[in-house]
Design a protein around this ligand. Sequence first.
Ligand code: COA
Length: 157
Amino acid sequence: MAGIIRDATPTDAAEIAALLKPYVEKKILLHRSLDEIRENADKTVVYLDQGRIVGTTSLVFFSETLCEIRALVIDDTAQGSGIGKKLVLAAEEKALRLQTARPLKFFALTYTPEFFERVGYQRTTKDMFPEKIYEVCNFCLRKDDCHEIAVQKISAG
Ligand SMILES: CC(C)(COP(=O)(O)OP(=O)(O)OC[C@H]1O[C@@H](n2cnc3c(N)ncnc32)[C@H](O)[C@@H]1OP(=O)(O)O)[C@@H](O)C(=O)NCCC(=O)NCCS
């Protein structure tokens, strides 16, 4: 599928929210308000196919050297054609542009570690990311019943 990857803008928020919605309903992704999506647009990348956003992911920096790949979703009509991999790699490149400190460690909490392994990530444990646990997981309704798997990748840039 030929398409383009670009940085998101605040005006993409409704389209991004619509993309996330089915996976929020399946409890694979956490709900994000339109305001949150707009505020994080400068740390979000989108994949467009014929002008329509069919994929997105965001960066969340916990420090100068620790960055989460979050809210990754590809529209179910577009899955399995390499878009997820391209988007994660584009998000990493964006993070490396935004942050000069090296090495930069990327991580994700996911139900599909196999996908991340195909993009160069390795499985690890959530306790490697206390910043995430203190700032986010402790406030999550599913904190006592979380089956997400942690994956990480270290980039010297
Ligand atoms: C997981 C997801 C992001 C993958 O995106 P995608 O565009 O379908 O994946 P790609 O086509 O880029 O796949 C890249 C590689 O990962 C593999 N892969 C993708 N999804 C996989 C899965 N669920 N299980 C195992 N391998 C998978 C592909 O076979 C491909 O392997 P290759 O490099 O050997 O060809 C997408 O399926 C999705 O949005 N799922 C629903 C939401 C979700 O689970 N998000 C992740 C939350 S962290």
